[in-house]
Design a protein around this ligand. Structure first.
Ligand SMILES: [Fe+2]
Length: 266
């Protein structure tokens, strides 16, 4: 697993949940609407079931093989993708600033090709967003994006990931990826993102890249393995997640920031 990850930037699919568990986990984790989260990827701050899933021993063991003994969970999200929608090629903006890995967990109505990757693209010194910005590459066009990657490394390949509901893959934070739902039904998946405690993290204010704006606020992190010798981030535990304290913090700290951003957009 480590060799493939280091070389190609992603792992093969790993089993996690069975059919019954997918339904149970999804309904528990989705109980709180998105508007009550501190930020888009902060579901673990207020939904303890999200902490449980992101701390699942199978997931943590696999992630730890790639990141080492000390591992922080900093992001968690449920993604519902509507029929016939394409999410353009990109890297997540946070990984322009710190390294780490993404767990992509297939939940419902996931088919081969729901998740697409360009193998070995984590080592390219340009991102899809920059290709779009500088060279007007159409980031919804697989062939154009693959061509751009292969111009820089002929061994890069477009991969339609083979992953079934209940399985997850792990990919490098710098790996080029995109999703699509070419079926008539909504597709659901989850992401969990991990890094090492030596990185200091902040919440992005937008998805622009390059030129991302950053909040002074930091994401809540869960130490899912090992220890944090650096104390650079705000660490929470399962008891805090969903507590009145966590909800009060969202109301008192994060909501005012969201409102301010709407009034003063840039
Ligand atoms: Fe992404």
């Amino acid at each position: 697993m480590l060799d493939k990850f280091l070389e190609d930037g992603y792992t093969e699919a790993i089993d996690l949940l069975n059919g019954d568990q997918i339904e149970q986990v999804l309904s528990a984790c989705a109980a709180l609407p998105e508007k009550f989260l501190p930020w888009l990827k902060g579901r673990h701050s207020v939904v303890p079931e999200m902490v449980d899933l992101g701390s699942h021993p199978v997931m943590v063991e696999a992630v730890s093989k790639l990141l080492g003994e000390d591992v922080l969970l900093w992001s968690s999200q449920i993604i519902y993708q509507k029929p016939q929608v394409t999410h353009r090629w990109h890297i997540d903006v946070e990984h322009s600033t710190w390294d780490g890995v993404t767990v992509w967990l297939a939940m419902q109505n996931v088919t081969e090709g729901s998740m697409k990757l360009i193998s070995k693209s984590q080592h390219l010194n340009i991102t899809p967003q920059e290709l779009g910005e500088k060279y007007f590459v159409d980031l919804t066009d697989d062939r154009q994006v693959q061509h751009e990657a292969q111009k820089r490394n002929s061994e890069c390949k477009l991969v339609h990931v083979k992953v079934k509901p209940g399985q997850f893959i792990i990919f490098d934070g710098r790996l080029w990826h995109g999703t699509q739902n070419s079926t008539p039904n909504t597709r659901s998946s989850m992401i969990f993102q991990y890094t090492r405690p030596s990185n200091k993290l902040f919440i992005p204010l937008d998805n622009n890249y390059p030129g991302t704006r950053w909040s002074h606020l930091q994401p809540d992190c869960v130490l899912v393995k090992g220890k944090d010798d650096f104390k650079l981030n705000k660490i929470i535990d399962r008891d805090y997640s969903g507590s009145w304290k966590s909800k009060a913090r969202v109301m008192m700290v994060h909501f005012p920031q969201k409102i301010l951003r709407k009034i003063i957009p840039a």
